[in-house]
Design a protein around this ligand. Structure first.
Ligand code: DAH
Length: 349
């Protein structure tokens, strides 16, 4: 064989190897030299034309060339693979020095949070949480609660009239008692609370708001007395403010309960010692309540000789103000998120 051909192939290979730019070209070279019809492969078939005495040498040379190519191929492949990986990593890097988009996480409304806590306490005692309309009829807001037209008790609950004298924004959540009893159609027991917005024609100041939140409660069953009410209030306030809190009843007057009481709790600010929150009495009044008046039961279809019940109502803001040490009711109704966030964080500490 012509050694010339061998030398030409070797020379071409060395030149090709220097020019290789990437993996694709490297693989093409492999085919060109070692493929089925590759130049080095073809050299093998030349062996038969070589004189016997030179066959061995020629074979060794061809093998050496193949080994050189393979060695080079492996080395280059490793190098090119690495280069490609680095290039990819470079292109895919994320610039972590860019400022992230700030997401303002909301905090639950503090009043809603308190209402939910109250709901949980009553749900655990088997009560339903019900809803009632904010635009209410005089009949439910007053008359069926034993407050007839012209009754002086209406003066303290002057509200906003929507249409004539019959349709108004409810001044209390107590009408939901009536609606629940009418819907219950004489079925017992009734155990419900109703949180919701209420309205009065008040001038807004630190302790008055023309719109506020009440939570109403009603239980109707057999042989219900003030002691059931006392136990229920005890559970509520211990769960809200801790086991050291005590409750007491003071006589009061509401048209729809008889007897009526004010429920006081030991001042959560000074724990009964006396401070400006409790006006140095050690107690704060938080609930109006009583045993449901026979007239109210009768008007809503429950025979007062068979059934009895207790009812209560309180302002959600008042409790939230005590719990979160807020001294202005308007805090709940301005849209300053800093307040909500602050109280939320304090609560979690
Ligand atoms: N509705 C009363 C008010 O707004 C609060 C109240 C007192 C509700 C006694 C009741 C109750 O259910 O029995 O002042």
């Amino acid at each position: 064989m012509d050694n010339k051909k061998f030398d030409a192939i070797k020379e071409a290979l060395e030149k090709d190897l220097v020019d290789v730019q990437d993996i694709k070209e490297l693989n093409e070279l492999k085919v060109k030299y070692l493929g089925k019809k590759g130049l080095i492969t073809e050299l093998n078939s030349e062996i038969k034309n070589i004189p016997n005495e030179d066959k061995k040498d020629f074979g060794l040379k061809v093998n050496e060339l193949r080994n050189q190519f393979n060695e080079y191929y492996e080395m280059q492949k490793e190098k090119l693979d690495l280069e490609e990986l680095n290039k990819r990593l470079e292109n895919e890097t994320i610039d972590i020095s860019l400022p992230a988009t700030r997401i303002n996480l909301g905090a639950p409304n503090i009043l809603e949070k308190l209402i939910e806590e109250v709901e949980e306490v009553f749900l655990s005692m088997g009560y339903d949480v019900v809803d009632g309309p904010e635009i209410e009829e005089d009949k439910y807001n007053f008359e069926m609660l034993n407050i007839p037209k012209g009754h002086p008790a209406r003066d303290a609950q002057d509200t906003f009239y929507v249409e004539g004298e019959e349709i108004l924004l409810r001044s209390q959540t107590s009408p939901v008692q009536v609606r629940t009893m009418l819907k219950g159609e004489g079925k017992v027991p009734i155990r419900m609370i109703c949180p919701g917005k209420t309205y009065r024609r008040d001038d807004d100041d630190a302790s008055h708001s023309h719109q506020f939140m009440q939570i109403e409660g009603l239980l109707v069953d057999k042989d219900i007395s003030l002691s059931h009410l006392k136990g229920t209030m005890d559970v509520l306030f211990k769960r809200l403010f801790g086991n050291n809190v005590e409750t007491r009843f003071r006589p009061s007057y509401y048209q729809f309960t008889e007897p009526s009481v004010e429920v006081d709790i030991t001042c959560v600010n000074c724990h009964g010692k006396g401070c400006n929150v409790c006006k140095n009495t050690g107690w704060v009044t938080v609930v109006g309540a009583g045993v449901v008046h026979p007239n109210v039961l009768r008007m809503s279809g429950y025979d007062p000789n068979v059934w009895s019940g207790f009812a209560f109502g309180f302002g959600a803001e008042r409790l939230a103000m005590l719990k979160y040490d807020i001294n202005d009711i308007r805090t709940f109704y301005n849209a300053d998120l800093r307040e909500t966030n602050t109280f939320d964080r304090e609560d979690e500490e």
